[in-house]
Design a protein around this ligand. Structure first.
Ligand code: THU
Length: 136
């Protein structure tokens, strides 16, 4: 699947964001190794802390459906449902992706002009902590 296609699915998922407190809506589309796409949006909470990001929603949906190997993720987000530039995944979501993805895992963001900006997990989370560090 092309990065632009996955970004379009992420933009659709963003429409379902529940973000009444920040008004910052985010959508994610996670492509599984099976070819199935898992969509996620941010889901906020009045107590703030229990809020969940779009990327983690997508990862948790996938893992709970039995898929643990992933090909790529696309993320689209912005204030007031109008993304103007790239919405990079937060640090917690990068760490959650680390659990299931290797350094070469592609992360697509949408630039203001609509084009895809491609990064790898290794670029966005260098020198990361993973299960390998727990193996003594
Ligand atoms: N958010 C995401 O869903 N993903 C990100 O990568 C960045 C932040 C959400 C969390 C919160 O609901 C809102 O955007 C503002 O931080």
């Amino acid at each position: 699947m092309k990065p632009e296609e996955l970004l379009e699915l992420a933009a659709g998922a963003m429409e379902r964001a529940y973000a009444p407190y920040s008004r910052f809506t985010v959508g994610a589309a996670l492509l599984g190794a099976s070819g199935r796409v898992y969509l996620g949006c941010n889901v906020e909470n009045a107590a703030y802390g229990p809020s969940n990001c779009a990327e983690r929603t997508a990862v948790f949906k996938a893992v709970s459906e039995g898929e643990r190997r992933f090909a790529a993720i696309a993320v689209v987000g912005g204030p007031g449902g109008r993304p103007e530039g790239p919405c990079p995944p937060c640090g917690v979501c990068r760490q959650v992706l680390r659990e299931f993805c290797t350094d070469d895992f592609p992360i697509y963001l949408r630039r203001a002009d609509g084009s895809a900006a491609a990064y790898t997990l290794g670029q966005l989370l260098p020198e990361s902590f993973s299960g390998a560090n727990l193996e003594v």
